[in-house]
Design a protein around this ligand. Sequence first.
Ligand code: NAI
Length: 330
Amino acid sequence: MREITFIKGDGIGPEIADSVIAILDKAGADISWDIQAAGEAVIEKEGSPLPQRVFDSVKKNKAAIKTPVTTPIGKGFRSVNVQLRKELDLYANLRPCCNLPNVKTRYNDVDIVVVRENTEDLYAGIERQIDNDTAESIKIITRKASERIAEFAFDYAVKNNRKEVCVVTKANICKLSDGLFLDCARNVSRNYPQINFREILVDNCCMQLVQNPNQFDVLLLPNLYGDIVSDLCAGLIGGLGVAQGANIGKDYAVFEPVHGSAPDIAGMNKANPTAILMSSVEMLNYIGNSECGDKIKKALFKTLNDGIMTADLGGNYSCTEFTKQIVARL
Ligand code: NAI
């Protein structure tokens, strides 16, 4: 039996956590869960939204599943997600975006993989108030981080039979920072002649994505554009309820959905667990149990094909009922 860390956040976190644990247990994933609470709920007791025990657990188990954590807007503690990614050096944020069976969307053949740099850019959190009316935020881009994320994207493309990597920047305006990211991608691309290399500016990329997403394969982006564009891509395949994600480093990986804690539907049993379930399937692949992952994917796809869906996809199944239907198909 393999121990895996389960970082439980807030909002819809507890609901989708119960769902994914029930499904993985039923599928015979042979996992013992090391449950670690994080976020607002633990601050009062432990003085931090992300206590050391969470890092220790991920370091021990090497892999984790995580549900979202609310980040206070414009004030309060630093994002738990950003801290976790930075401290564990989870430098690659991998967000595959592919149509799911029977989920009606504007386009039918979306199959895009977003590779987002996960440790720097404006997420470095280096900000200062210059005076009452002026604030400054520093965008950090380094050669080291840009080269390794470009290598990750090309390596992923080769291993997954992808044809193209398209680097997305605003290097016409941020000539030095985005210019460096672009330069690194160009350099790395030369080592992968079998993969087509393309360059696009982020504004044009967004327009092209909503008009003709089928033209894209692997997208490679700095942190902030990657965050925004991956939500856009989620919208192409049915919304945040179905968009999976993973934070991958050299030694550890944390699998989590693209979406946040969805406070507007928290506690209402309305959340779609598909995004975290698909992220967990990737976790199973990562630990070498793809057989179990395939089984879960099959049960999920059969459930969707039978027209069983949560409210975000136009259905009328609650989170728990939807979960039961998947469990029944296992
Ligand atoms: P959100 O992703 O939580 O919600 C956006 C919209 O999508 C809402 O209408 C929500 O109901 C819907 N939605 C999201 N996940 C869903 C699901 N599984 N099933 C059905 N509907 C779903 O984004 P929002 O509202 O901007 O952020 C809320 C909080 O989450 C913020 O504090 C933010 O910082 C945090 N956040 C945390 C992340 C993480 O822990 N990795 C990632 C993104 C945001």
